[in-house]
Every structure is written in C-alpha cells, then in structure tokens.
Design a protein around this ligand. Structure first.
Ligand code: CP
Length: 309
C-alpha cells in the first residue's frame, strides 16, 4: 500500500494498515543502522527543523540522528535562545522557519493540538513529537515495533499500561496503536489518574496492580507527569510507589516471558525498581535504539507519500 499522508500527527487517525507499513519500513531502516556507513540519501536537499518547546533527551536526539541518517539538513530550534521569550507566537515562529526552507517540522509542544494547528496553517510536513497530554505517535510506533520484534506479532497479546494514564500522551498513542493491531489492552493506576471513559474504547481498567498484571505479555510502565498535574492526584509518591510501583513479586504474576517497557525518563524506585529496569526482561534501551529506525521510516514515508492529509 502507499502512504498517502503529508503529516504524522497521531495514532488515533492512522489505520492498522498505515501503522503496519511504518513498522515494516522501520525494519528496512534498521538494516541501514547496522551498516558501516549508516546513511542513505532519501532526504538529501530537504531541511528538517526540530521545534521543541519542551525538554527532551530521547525523542529530540533520536529524530536528529534519523534525519542525519537520511541525509537531511537539520535545524535545531533552541527555545531558550529564541524570540519566543520576546512574545513571538508558535505560528509566527513556525512560519519564519518555513520561510527559511524547513519543509518538515518536528514539533513538541505543551499544548495539546499544537501540531494540528501547524498542519492546517503551513505548507510544511508536520511530525508530532508529543503534544501536551494528547499524543506521542513516534513513541508508540517504536513501542509497537519493539513488541512486534520480540513477540513476532501484536494481535492477541495482553498488554498492560500502568500509571498516570490521564496525563500521558504515551499511553494515549499506545492504546490507539495496540487496539488497532489487535492487542488486549489493560490499564492500571489510581482511580484519579485513569479517565473514566476509557472503557468505552475497549480498554479494561484495574485499580489493583496485582490483578492487572496477571498473565500479561507486556507491561508498559509510565512516569507520573508532575509537570502536567495542577492538583494532588494521590497522597504521596511513597504511597504511589507502594501500590503502583512494579516490583519483582508483582511481576511474577505476569506471563513467564513478560517484557517490561518504559518510554523514559524513569523515576527509579517510584514506578519501577532498578532491579527490574536493568534486568534481562527489560527492553527499555531496545526501545530507544529502535526509535531511530522508526523515525527514519516516518520521514521516509511522509517524504515519499506527498498526500494531503
Ligand atoms: N520518551 C520520551 O519522550 O522521552 P524524552 O522526553 O526524553 O524525549
């Protein structure tokens, strides 16, 4: 099938076939990353701007490496040294970068919907690198890629997402992707951090981690998004860690070959104990490595697709 999209904004709007095409393309891109010369000319002559309004270690670095492996010209926008501090709007900033030749803009922004605004107003291709608590498509795609690589298939797997579901763009994108590819999705966390309507989209809710983890094939642990919380959602971090932190005795209730994932950054000792984070069953650094191939695939498909949506 052809990828007929100019933007990649979220997994809610991608079909199962489009998601599978991205994952299949990422497999070819992973081969490029194994070569001595890790470079192909797919984006030669294309200027890509990384427009990050929020901090990032993994996503920004991984997008930049992906862009360079595809031979793009890379422009990294640094918020703290920009004219945003003088009051320039997001749209004016993006229009100016476009006027300098950026035809692909990778945006991370604290406001949900910011990438859709740019997609509507600009001619450039827009790739969402995380918008507020809404979507983080490249993270979910690399998570799906990692699960498929290890388990062979996603359909029929029992996947549990644990933690701050309410504020997590990673959870939202993963839930859409996992459901579209046929996984059984469970979420667990304090009632205050799980949206009440989530069961309407066929996600099973648990407030008790021991019950939730029973028999699951994959556990995705999430960080508490303190920066997006404007009130107290649980009594204390210590209490949260006691009830919802993943420890060895709880993990024993999962399937024998359970895979533990985390998008990072990890708050060690809160959502995840170090012995699990660093154990052989943890694929956290594989997720990070796979992010490069998946982001290369996203650029490649967007550049070759040329569709309108
Ligand atoms: N997973 C993720 O988005 O990490 P960063 O915030 O470091 O990019």
């Amino acid at each position: 099938m052809d990828f007929n999209r100019r933007h990649i904004l979220g997994l809610e709007e991608l079909s199962a076939e489009e998601i599978t095409l991205i994952l299949d393309t990422a497999e070819s891109m992973k081969e490029v990353s194994k070569r001595d010369v890790k470079k192909v000319p797919a984006l030669r002559g294309v200027t890509v701007c990384n427009l990050f309004y929020e901090p990032s270690t993994r996503t920004r670095s991984s997008f930049e490496i992906a862009e360079k492996r595809l031979s793009a010209d890379v422009l990294n926008f640094t918020l703290s040294h920009s004219s945003v501090s003088k009051g320039e709007t997001l749209l004016d900033t993006a229009r100016n970068l476009e006027a300098m030749g950026a035809s692909v803009i990778v945006i991370r922004h604290p406001m949900s919907g910011a990438p859709w605004l740019l997609a509507k107003e600009l001619d450039s291709s827009i790739i969402n690198a995380g918008d507020g608590s809404h979507e983080h498509p490249s993270q979910a795609l690399l998570d799906l890629f990692t699960i498929r690589e290890i388990k062979g298939n996603i359909e029929g797997l029992k996947v549990l997402v644990v933690g701050d579901i309410l504020h997590s763009r990673v959870a939202r994108s993963n839930i859409w992707g996992l459901l579209k590819l046929g996984a059984e999705v469970r979420v667990a966390g304090p009632p205050t951090l799980i949206p009440s309507h989530i069961e309407n989209i066929n996600v099973k809710t648990y407030y008790n981690l021991e019950d939730a983890v029973k028999g699951v094939d994959v556990v995705i642990m999430l960080r508490i998004q303190m920066e997006r919380q404007d009130s107290e959602f649980f009594p204390s971090l210590r209490e949260y860690a006691r009830f919802y932190g993943l420890k060895r005795e709880k993990l024993k209730l999962a399937a024998k070959d359970v895979v533990v994932m985390h998008p990072g950054p990890i708050n060690r000792g809160i959502e995840l104990s170090s012995d699990i984070a660093d154990d052989a069953g943890s694929v956290i650094l594989d997720q990070v490595s796979n992010g490069i191939a998946v982001r290369m695939a996203m650029f490649y498909l967007v550049a070759s697709g040329g569709g309108n949506s």
